[in-house]
Write a protein that binds this ligand. Structure first.
Ligand code: SF4
Ligand code: SF4
Length: 443
């Protein structure tokens, strides 16, 4: 009979970890739908980026208020979860505060966790006030309705509940220790929860139920949170690390060229080339199957990982000149639409297979939701890339969509089509024959 809580806990642990592993597998499968790209160069700079940007949050603190609050929540949440290890061991073995054998160190740790939990709680409440009462504009853009808005709030409520439960659990435990209740070893220091303890009923049985209730709901909440991550923008807690490691290290503004196009342009620019010569026979397998990207499977795996990593913070959109001047474009929306489409494809693949999707598709694409107006409003200024706290590159997706529209569909704005036709025919963007280039000097 006394083993029932241990068995229930083992089942909870198994189900929680089992679902999480399934989600991780699905995430990796979806990211691998992207095309291969080599990002293994310069590992020392990559490690440096990851440590500075993902671990050190260096880009977050550029906006000091939200940066500092985020840092508190991040550090607090990670460190407090060290206690989860103790909860798991206690849950499986039926012990209570198993790490208390560490003596003074344990007291110090529990005391620090409490202070951090309190700071996290305060920070999360400030985040909620900023979002709901102060209505910071970037949280209220048109793409931040329904699920994205609820998701952001859900996580704030989750954190509030988890931190409160942690403190209530400790408060009841503290009172039980004071009463000398059986099983409640005298361990830990409680700089915050001792003040909550005075608010609780001083009855041993009631305190026992409060402590056990908070303990069970706290650990169940952590498992729910873990499995909620896959469906939430909070996946960045995990993906910020690989995302910053695999980020593009090229100088901003350098756009990768398609080799086949590079060869063609070189030939055009070569004064010794014979423009009437028959093209060299080429191996068809060398040609790209499609220029640019119209769907998520045409993007690279790094771009797909970017989409899953996006925190939907809107910092990119708040500095985007196109968005600022009232254009349809929002780089955050580009990332969100890419992730939504990837999830749509993922569901189809769940029911069929990757091969079946690649062959048959579903008559939809990224261009079903990303409009031409968005794609062509971009000035390719890179402000979004600079501003992103986790080194996401929305511009690269916009460029690939443009490439598809231009090279596969000849569907660019009229002015660009004219310019490109002129370059093709005249070797210059103007409507003059190459032979007439120097006519100006005779006028
Ligand atoms: S690169 Fe394009 S999307 Fe990014 S900030 Fe500049 S205009 Fe906006
Ligand atoms: S792309 Fe970066 S800056 Fe833009 S919303 Fe996502 S995480 Fe924030």
């Amino acid at each position: 009979m006394s083993y029932i809580p241990n068995i229930l806990f083992a089942i909870l642990l198994f189900v929680g970890i089992g679902f999480f592993s399934r989600n991780v597998k699905k995430l990796i499968r979806n990211i691998k739908l992207g095309k291969d790209v080599d990002r293994s160069d310069n590992p020392s700079e990559r490690w440096k980026n990851m440590i500075n940007i993902a671990l050190g949050q260096s880009k977050m603190v550029r906006r000091p208020v939200s940066g500092l609050l985020h840092l508190v929540v991040y550090i607090g949440f990670i460190i407090i979860n060290i206690e989860v290890l103790e909860i798991i061991i206690d849950g499986l073995l039926g012990t209570h505060r198993v790490f208390s054998i560490a003596g003074g160190l344990y007291d110090f740790l529990i005391g620090s966790f409490e202070i951090l939990a309190f700071l996290v709680l305060i920070s999360v409440i400030i985040f909620w006030i900023r979002r709901i009462l102060l209505r910071i504009p970037r949280f209220w853009n048109k793409e931040m309705t329904s699920w994205p808005k609820n998701d952001a709030l859900n996580i704030l409520y989750f954190e509030m509940v988890l931190m409160s439960l942690f403190l209530i659990m400790n408060a009841a435990d503290y009172s039980l220790q004071q009463m000398g209740a059986i099983h409640y070893v005298n361990a830990g220091s409680f700089p915050v929860s001792q003040y909550i303890a005075v608010l609780l009923p001083q009855n041993e049985l009631v305190l026992f139920y409060i402590e056990r209730g908070a303990w069970w709901i706290h650990i169940t909440g952590i498992f729910i949170f873990l499995n909620y991550l896959y469906y939430s923008k909070h996946l960045h807690i995990l993906l910020a690390f690989p995302n910053t490691w695999y980020a593009n290290l090229n100088v901003q503004g350098k756009i990768d060229n398609l080799q086949s196009v590079t060869d063609e342009v070189k030939m055009m620019m070569d004064p010794d080339a014979d423009p009437y010569a028959a093209p060299e026979e080429s191996n068809n397998s060398d040609l790209p199957e499609k220029f640019g990207a119209s769907d998520v499977t045409d993007l690279s795996w790094v771009q797909l990982m970017n989409a899953y990593t996006c925190t939907e913070c809107g910092r990119c959109t708040s500095v985007c000149p196109a968005s600022q001047t009232g254009k349809e474009l929002s780089p955050r929306a580009i990332m969100m639409k890419t992730r939504d489409r990837l999830e749509e494809v993922s569901k189809i693949i769940d029911d069929t297979s990757v091969e079946a999707f690649r062959e048959e598709g579903d008559n939809k694409s990224l261009l079903t939701t990303i409009s031409n107006e968005e794609i062509w409003a971009c000035t390719s200024c890179n402000a979004c890339v600079t501003e992103c706290p986790v080194n996401i590159d929305p511009l690269s997706i916009i460029i690939d969509l443009r490439r598809y529209l231009v090279m596969e569909k000849s569907s660019a704005p009229q002015e660009l089509n004219m310019m490109m036709t002129n370059i093709e025919n005249n070797g210059a963007p103007w409507q003059y024959n190459q032979m007439d280039r120097l006519n100006w000097k005779d006028e």
